[in-house]
Structure formats: C-alpha cells, structure tokens
Design a protein around this ligand. Structure first.
Ligand SMILES: Cc1cc2nc3c(=O)[nH]c(=O)nc-3n(C[C@H](O)[C@H](O)[C@H](O)COP(=O)(O)OP(=O)(O)OC[C@H]3O[C@@H](n4cnc5c(N)ncnc54)[C@H](O)[C@@H]3O)c2cc1C
Length: 296
C-alpha cells in the first residue's frame, strides 16, 4: 500500500517544528522515526495532509543524568537505550536497557524513537508502561514555551496523548532510579507488540517490601496501575505466597477485551503469569531488571 498524498516539510530545530505545526493546522503530524506513522499511512489508517519531519533535529537526541533524574531526548532511538553503557546512566535505570531489547525488531530499534513511542501512546508499548510505572515526566514545547505532564496524565487513551496540535514532545524524564524493576511480556512472534505486558517496581528494606508498583499493558486503552496487587505486597517479604496473591489480584482487577490476538480470559491468565515472573525477577535483582519474552 502507498500513503495518500501529503506535503513534506523538514525542519532543523524544535522552534521551527512548532512554528510549522502552527501554520499547517491541527491535522499535520510530526515525523520522527516513522516506524508507527509510516505503516499507518501506508495502510491508510492515517491520512495527515502534511508531515513535519523532525528526524534531523540534533538537539532532541541525548541521554543524560542529572542527580537522580534520567533525561531522554525525544529523538533518542530505541537502540541507543539498548546500547546505553555509561555506568552513571545505568545506575538504577538498567531496566530500560533490558526492556529496549523487546521493542520491535533491530531495524525498528535503529530508527524508532523514545519520544515517538510515548507520543504514539500504544497501550502495550514498553516505554509507555515504564513511564507510567515510574512516574516519568513528559516535557512538551509549544508556542507558549514548555510544560511538564505526568505520564499518567499524558496517555489519554488508545493512540491518544495530551499534546496540543502545535506541541512537540521534547523530553521524557525518569525522576528516580528504580533498582528493583522488571518488565515481562508475551507476544506470539518475537518483535511484535506484546499481547500483555507487566512492569513492576518494588522498594525493599531489610527484606521487607515497603511499597510496590504494578502496571499492566495490553488490557485497556492505556497502561493500568493495579492498586489491589500493589497492596498485596506491601509489608510482605515478597515470598511466593505474596507474589501469587498479587498476581491473582492483578488478574481479577484487569478487564481486557477479546480480539484476534487473544480472549479476555487468556489476557487475564497472561496477566497473572507475567506479574509472577516480573515480581520474581524484581525481587532477585538489586541493580535493575531483566526483560523477558517467551511462551506464557
Ligand atoms: C513490526 C513492528 C513492530 C513493533 N513492535 C513494537 C514493540 O514491540 N513495542 C513498541 O513499543 N513499539 C513497537 N513498534 C513501534 C515502534 O516502536 C515505533 O518506533 C514507535 O511506536 C514510534 O516511534 P517513531 O519514532 O517511529 O515515531 P513515528 O512513527 O515517526 O511517529 C509516531 C506518532 O508519534 C508522533 N510523534 C513522533 N515524535 C513526536 C514528538 N517528538 N512529539 C510529538 N509527537 C511525536 C507522530 O506524529 C505520530 O503520530 C513496532 C513497529 C513495527 C513496524
């Protein structure tokens, strides 16, 4: 398939992108890595009359650490996260590196961008799950300057975000390290979007779980936090019974739809399996997560 006719505008700075979006009107779209937008245009699921290509905006391609905060420029590729090796970046954030491996296939990871993935707002996207899990802040720049939006407020619905039509997502900030975090998912074929994904983070002091966060993707229009499962872990020693209780609470709490990829019942089953795996890994890891994909 080929896309419908569109105008193409390449820009060199964020300022130019904002200006061009303002001129072109609300149906114009930014083009970053093109790994979601171009397939949608080819299948005529999206027909933007104009594209503003930001892929060469060098100021948006960076990964830096400021104290506890990890700052990811919007155009940072999935591959750059996968290849992150500086100790100061990895300390408390190695779960990102591990999760990157499961974003699509290698060619997609070379071109696809962190900001594009969060802006695209797919409910099973790894970066969306981790952003909600760890209270990431999304920085947007528009004609009036910059504003910061909490990840949970940024993801409004299926492929829907909180940006105004003339705003550019410029940065995603992870404000705090998470030394015990893990993401597990299941897809039928390696590289596909997950049918269900589970991301967890636990705070452990003196062998006791002080708090836990659990977010499930693929069961609703946005990644969902599961308070019932988190409550089952607080004060526990993350022993098998507590993990099983949390996994079952998560499976009861989700309300997935059935589709061609799996029934609601199957997704509930996957939720319990993946929460169990992710918590087992987070419990065992002091310095980050190990993402896994495999039969559920
Ligand atoms: C076969 C296949 C498998 C895939 N598997 C996965 C997977 O397992 N997990 C996963 O997470 N993703 C997966 N993807 C999607 C991939 O990760 C994309 O790279 C990502 O969703 C979008 O990033 P992009 O830079 O390519 O954005 P684009 O495709 O260029 O843009 C996507 C959308 O975001 C908007 N946008 C992009 N950048 C910005 C910005 N800075 N500010 C505001 N809006 C912006 C665009 O206007 C567009 O609406 C897969 C894609 C394919 C084709």
């Amino acid at each position: 398939m080929k896309p419908a006719t569109f105008e193409y505008h390449r820009v060199g700075t964020v300022g130019e992108a904002v200006e061009r979006l303002g001129e072109l009107g609300e149906d114009a779209k930014l083009l970053a890595g093109g790994q979601s937008l171009v397939p949608m245009m080819n299948f005529r699921l999206a027909r933007p009359p104009a594209l503003v290509d930001i892929s060469r905006v060098a100021e948006l391609r960076y990964l830096t650490r400021e104290g506890d905060t990890l700052r990811i420029g919007a155009l940072t590729s999935h591959l750059a996260i996968e290849r992150m090796d500086a100790p100061e970046l990895l300390d408390g954030f190695s779960f990102l590196k591990e999760a990157a491996h499961w974003v699509g296939h290698y060619p997609i990871r070379t071109r696809g961008t962190f900001g594009g993935s969060v802006a695209h707002a797919d409910p099973a996207a790894e970066w969306c799950l981790l952003a909600v899990l760890l209270d990431a802040e999304i920085v947007a720049r528009g004609p009036g300057g910059e504003r910061t939006i909490a990840a949970a407020d940024f993801l409004l619905g299926f492929l829907t975000n909180a940006l105004d039509p003339d705003e550019v997502l410029v940065e995603v900030r992870f404000p705090r390290p998470a030394s015990r975090a893990a993401l597990h998912e299941y897809a039928r074929r390696r590289g596909d979007f997950a049918i269900v994904a589970a991301a967890v983070a636990v705070d452990v002091e003196e062998d006791t779980c002080r708090s836990a966060r659990i977010v499930i993707g693929g069961v609703d229009d946005v990644p969902v936090r599961i308070g019932e499962a988190e409550a089952a872990l607080a004060g526990s020693r993350l022993e098998a019974e507590a993990i099983e209780e949390a996994a079952q609470a998560a499976a009861r709490a989700v309300d997935p739809a059935s589709d061609i990829h799996g029934s609601a019942e199957y997704r509930r089953h996957l939720t319990a399996v993946l929460v169990t795996r992710a918590l087992g890994e987070a419990r065992g890891s002091e310095d980050g997560a190990r993402s896994k994909n495999g039969a559920g």
